[in-house]
Design a binder for this molecule. Sequence first.
Ligand code: FES
Length: 210
Amino acid sequence: MTQSETSPSSGGTKRRDLLTTATVTLGCAGACALAVPFLTSLKNPAATTLSDKTLEVDLSSLAPGQDMTVQWQDWPIFIQRRTPQMLAALQTPAHIATLRDADSKMLQQPKDATNWHRSVRPDYGVLVGICTHLGCVPSFEKPGSAPEAEGGYFCPCHGSHFDAAGRVAQRAPAPYNLPVPPVTFLSDTKIRIGHSAGDPGFSMSDIQQI
Ligand code: FES
């Protein structure tokens, strides 16, 4: 199955937990109403869609601690440039103890992002910006904006917290970590989203829940 077959616009099957399906049907009215205008505003000049539906993104303007959002297929994609402080915060035992799936055992990412930073390179994080609870779009929490938020994400719909690696907090209503798309670094400051050189067989349809 190709990646485009799993995109929201293609009607590909989603594997959101059956327990939440009925609620999703009702809740999507609000969440989707938020997501559609959000997506239409994602015209980022740093991103170029290629003919094979992969997305090339120039990261050269992204300063440490900053994030940017681009659109790949019909998903918002969060890209963050992590500081040494953000990376240190991801590894503290006290923080790890608060996470539901600290070791990314659930299949929410390609193999080359199945690590403590959930990314190909520790200094850049790339995540699908769709909450795994009912599909709202979380917001970036700048490093230092809150004691527990060293560059993480907060979903305003029902209060799920994700850390800078997209790992969900144990007490959050969201059941899974944020999905990670396939990513390849073309240079130090350019990535391609939609293909993983480290896990070439990976497809978004492999993701447990998006
Ligand atoms: S949609 Fe419910 S916490 Fe995000």
